[in-house]
Design a protein around this ligand. Structure first.
Ligand SMILES: [Zn+2]
Length: 109
């Protein structure tokens, strides 16, 4: 009988990568989490460039992903490949950027 709480595999498409404990709630592997997070951050940045205000749900999400990414980096430690680490660090940077824009009020460019 399969255990539902341990070694789960990614729910996306044909992906069968292991889901890290930190991502158990999302049910996806680190690579897919990063793909989705980058897409969403890019979208938020795009909205800001167009001078739109980010809604509170997006702001909330951005805030959470910042904490979450730090947690992933800390808990994954040596388990992450150098590529995963650099993608996580990239994501942190993007999150910081978009939040900084958001706090500047309406875009002026
Ligand atoms: Zn996956």
């Amino acid at each position: 009988m399969a255990t539902l709480t341990q070694t789960r595999t990614c729910q996306i498409g044909a992906c069968s990568d292991r889901v890290p404990a930190t991502l158990a709630q999302q049910g996806i592997c680190l690579d897919h989490y990063l793909d989705q997070a980058f897409a969403r951050v890019a979208n938020a940045l795009e909205q800001r460039r167009k001078g739109r205000t980010l809604d509170s749900r997006t702001m909330d999400w951005l805030q959470k992903q910042g904490d979450f990414t730090v947690q992933l980096l800390a808990e994954g430690g040596p388990a992450h490949t150098p590529e995963e680490r650099s993608r996580l660090l990239d994501l942190l940077l993007c999150l910081a950027n978009v939040q900084e824009y958001a706090h500047q009020g309406p875009a002026t460019w």
